[in-house]
Ligand binder design. Structure first.
Ligand code: EPS
Length: 355
């Protein structure tokens, strides 16, 4: 069974939910490890006061018994504590009683760079909030929970995945400056995966290419505008003799400019993926827009937001890469029980004499 993930949840709705199918039975999960990743995602420098309201914790509704997966759909929930301040405005059912709390008035000032305008055009909404709530990066929380589950599976195969913001000190200085100017900034994150055996993904079809899957998964995260594998864009300026990674007698590479993937297949070296995040679009000194209620020029919506979420992106991208690697590993090694998957992986590594 292929590993699949479906998620749902609005930023200020009751909760974020994910359903994971295709997990083998018998995989040990640790709620503390999942919650630790949720906390890492919240901690990044430059986040908004919203992070003091939320203290994300995973709840498991199905698919787990006494800490072990049952081989059945795993249902994960992360509640939005802020929802109580939006209970009327974000009520799933027609709200009763007097309007109170946040989100009670329609938003009509679309923000440049956000899903606001295209979102209401596409879905026929009148209130921009009906588009922005799901477009918000808040729901990355439950994807991080699913990524932590994927990391547990990968851990059984000796694979570790870690993301970090690049040039963190310089980034923090830029965030401080931007906060003073009431502006926002973006940045670059890098995810590295070690212990990935050669042979995950395939050159056989473009959908199976591991690099295509990793790039799509990272590009699927809010505010990501560029993804590169290994030396990526820099390779374009090199000659072939400078760009490729030579093969030693032990079949290992003497360099890793390819970032661990050639022709869409992992080659046994460290997998390196970088993502560029644009500056966040909610600005305290807003750009020009249009008031959809009047058709007149106006300033875009101003509401509580982050100055930067680059360090959070590092954790979210780590989860996305872990998820895709776990899915690719599950496809290659199969198994309804975790022991079957581990045994198939071991037999394969012995056949190719890897590690
Ligand atoms: C977000 C805007 C902010 C962020 C939010 C993502 O939320 P709010 O509008 O409620 O202040 O804090 O991120 C999270 C809540 C989170 O947990 O990551 C957006 O517009 O994407």
């Amino acid at each position: 069974m292929t590993l699949r993930l479906a998620s749902a949840g609005e930023s200020h709705g009751p909760a974020l939910v994910a359903i994971v199918t295709g997990l083998p039975a018998g995989l040990v999960l640790d709620s503390a490890a999942i919650d630790a990743d949720l906390a890492r995602r919240q901690e990044g420098y430059g986040r908004s006061p919203r992070q003091r309201i939320e203290q994300d914790r995973v709840e498991v509704m199905a698919g787990l018994r006494h800490g072990r997966t049952l081989g059945t759909p795993l249902a994960l929930v992360v509640r939005n504590r802020d929802h109580e301040n939006w209970a009327w405005g974000m009520s799933p059912w027609p709200p009763e009683g007097e309007a109170h709390g946040k989100g009670t008035k329609p938003v009509t000032l679309p923000r440049p760079g956000h899903a606001d305008l295209a979102g209401i055009q596409k879905f026929g909404h009148e209130d921009v909030r009906d588009a922005l709530e799901r477009a918000s990066a808040r729901h990355t929380a439950v994807h991080v929970a699913a990524g932590a589950v994927a990391k547990a599976l990968l851990g059984e195969l000796g694979i570790a995945v870690r993301g970090a913001a690049l040039e963190e000190d310089e980034l923090r200085a830029r965030i401080d400056e931007a906060r003073k100017d009431r502006d926002t900034v973006g940045g670059v994150v890098e995810v590295r995966a070690t212990g990935v055996p050669p042979g995950l993904g395939s050159y056989a079809t473009k959908e199976d290419r591991l690099d295509a899957r990793l790039a799509a998964s990272v590009m699927g995260i809010q505010a990501v505008k560029g993804v590169e594998i290994g030396d990526g864009f820099a390779l374009a300026a090199l000659r072939g003799s400078e760009a490729h990674d030579e093969i030693g007698a032990d079949r290992r590479r003497t360099s890793n400019r390819a970032g661990g993937i050639e022709a869409g297949v992992s080659n046994g070296e460290e997998i390196v993926v970088r993502a560029a995040m644009k500056p966040l679009p909610t600005l305290m000194r807003p750009l020009r827009s249009v008031d959809l209620a009047t058709g007149e020029p106006a300033d875009a919506l101003v509401e509580r937001s982050d100055v930067a979420a680059v360090e959070a992106l590092a954790v979210v991208a780590e989860a996305a890469i872990a998820w895709e690697l776990a899915a690719a590993a599950k496809e290659k090694f199969g198994g309804d029980a975790i022991g079957d998957l581990v045994a198939a992986h071991r037999a394969y590594c012995e056949r190719i004499r890897w590690r």
